[in-house]
Design a protein around this ligand. Structure first.
Ligand code: KIV
Ligand code: ZN
Length: 523
């Protein structure tokens, strides 16, 4: 275990961005992106990284085992249902890590027992058997009572006792459907600590979902009652309303040490860059007013606030932007800025790259600088995101686009490379974006459906870049695509084509999302 657990004030941070976070529809990350995020989580001081669900697909298995092979300090954990096949597969993936963990779970509430077709006693047997099996493979075993909050209290005590006796070293009490409130979250942990034999020998974890907007409060309440592991994701990414946000619980304990006298191993100055990166690779924008990492979290718009902050920052600020790694100055770059300046600026923004990787980015930067006078941090972040999402090696690539629009009608003329072969199409449409998307479909017929299309200006001004995000669905698989450009229509086409590339990769590598849902419930 990374932390010294004789220190009773130490709270372990278990990050599940790559498992529960990636489970949110559309938040698919590529293999390399997962590796990169895992490395950043490790460097940030996350104690345990839940890297994926190895049995779910070949892609998940490979990602977990490669993350395990590259781990430095963090424990690498994989998820497994309560059966030998899942657990063995999980162990095969995580065993390469210097410190590995198997996380096995079963739904213990009445409705989950109904799904698994086990009565209370049969479930007890299953827990004892599978936890014992996992423990024979790995000395670090976490067991979760899925939907613990809606499990009968006496039965919850029984299942937790069973898992402890069978060898679990961490017991997780998930609020799977985001139903609990802080008082209840605390009561359940206190009850388990008081009633279950052996409870003082293991670590209790809290795993909260945010359906009622309570995930952070519930996790902190559980810690105050004795839980010593918080399960969370960057930006609160996760199914439905998401999981507890790592940045929120960590900063809450840092800012309010007077009320929450606990420590974590997190280097909080790495939060902002990681938040941006997770948002980019997952395709999930961070809402502007999101606590800690939202664009507006440190902005003071009103006159009274600005005046107060200028006189004394503590008037309206409870933490400093630098605490989460926001650089104080946002000095614009421009077409005269050289490679060294760009490289150093990107490093400040969390993009540390080798000389050869910089070449492509520098070309894109110069092209942008020709069209936009001042280039701000946000522009560079958008540019980096665009370079990562739309590479020169993609199966589908946008080569050239001309759009005619106005009151007489709209028409798009498009040239694309499909597996290196140039193809073109001209289509009319209901607006310029519609005309463009029709042209893409004329070149590359697809039955994928566009579910979300959104445009955001990166900075102010009419020459601002637009970031376009799309979400598309085909056969139950959901992906996102994003692109940035000073030309909104071109950004739209690139985002659309980027999503089609992702769908193609996913259909080759993984089972559809629908299957993933079934596997996570069936025994
Ligand atoms: O929310 C949940 O119950 C889970 C479990 C698999 C731990 O994610
Ligand atoms: Zn969950």
């Amino acid at each position: 275990m990374a932390a010294n657990m004789t220190d009773k004030s130490r709270v372990l941070i278990f990050d599940t961005t790559l498992r529960d976070g990636e489970q949110s529809p559309g938040a698919t990350m590529t293999h390399d992106e997962k590796l990169e995020i895992a490395q950043a989580l490790d460097e940030m001081g996350v104690d345990i990284i839940e890297a994926g669900f190895p049995i779910a697909s070949e892609g998940d298995f490979e990602a977990v085992s490669d993350i395990a092979k590259n781990a430095k300090n963090s424990v690498i954990c994989g998820l497994a249902r309560a059966n030998y096949k899942d657990i063995d597969r999980c162990w095969e993936a995580v065993k390469h890590a210097p410190r590995a963990r198997i996380h096995t779970f079963i739904g213990t509430s009445p409705s989950h027992r109904g799904i698994t077709n086990l009565d209370q006693d049969q479930m007890i047997e299953r827990i004892a058997d599978t936890v014992n099996h996992a423990r024979n493979l790995c000395e670090d075993v976490q067991w979760s009572a899925m939907d613990a909050i809606r499990t009968e209290r006496d039965y919850l005590c029984r299942v937790v006792e069973t898992a402890i006796k069978a060898g679990a070293t961490t017991i997780n009490i998930p609020d799977t459907v985001g139903y609990t409130l802080p008082q209840e979250s605390a009561e359940i942990i206190s009850m388990l600590l008081e009633k279950v034999p052996g409870a003082d020998e293991i670590i209790f974890a809290t795993h909260c979902h945010n359906d009622l907007g309570m995930a952070t409060a519930n996790a902190l309440a559980a810690v105050a009652a004795g839980a010593r592991q918080i399960e969370c994701t960057i930006n609160g990414l996760g199914e439905r309303a998401g999981n507890t946000a790592l940045e929120e619980v960590v900063m809450a304990m840092k800012v309010r040490r007077d009320l929450m006298p606990y420590t974590t191993g997190i280097d909080t100055t790495k939060i902002m860059n990681l938040s941006r990166r997770v948002s980019q690779v997952s395709g999930f924008p961070v809402q502007f007013n999101k606590a800690i990492v939202g664009k507006n979290a440190f902005l003071h718009e009103s006159g009274i606030h600005q005046d107060g902050v200028l006189k004394n920052v503590e008037t309206f600020e409870i933490m400093k932007p630098a605490d989460i790694g926001i650089t104080e100055t946002n000095i614009a770059m421009g077409k005269h800025s050289g490679r060294a300046a760009l490289r150093s600026k990107l490093k400040d923004l969390g993009f540390d790259m080798a000389e050869n990787q910089l070449n492509d980015v520098f070309v894109r930067f110069k092209a942008l600088a020709d069209r936009k006078k001042e280039i701000y941090d946000e522009d560079l972040i958008a540019l980096m995101s665009d370079s990562a999402a739309n590479t020169g090696n993609d199966y589908l690539q946008v080569k050239w686009l001309r759009v005619v629009c106005g009151s007489d009608g709209q028409e798009a003329e498009l040239k694309m490379l499909v597996d290196g072969v140039e193809k073109s199409a001209t289509c009319a449409g209901d607006g310029p974006v519609d005309a463009c998307f029709k042209a893409v479909k004329a070149i590359y017929p697809t039955k994928a459906k566009l579910k979300v299309y959104s445009v955001q200006a990166v900075t102010q001004g009419t020459d601002a870049q637009a970031t376009v995000s799309v979400r598309m669905e085909e056969d139950g698989r959901i992906v996102t695509g994003s692109a940035a450009d000073t030309d909104t229509i071109l950004a739209s086409v690139k985002a659309y084509v980027g999503a089609l590339n992702r769908l193609r990769v996913r259909s080759q590598k993984t089972a559809p999302d629908a299957d993933m849902k079934t596997v996570s419930y069936k025994l």
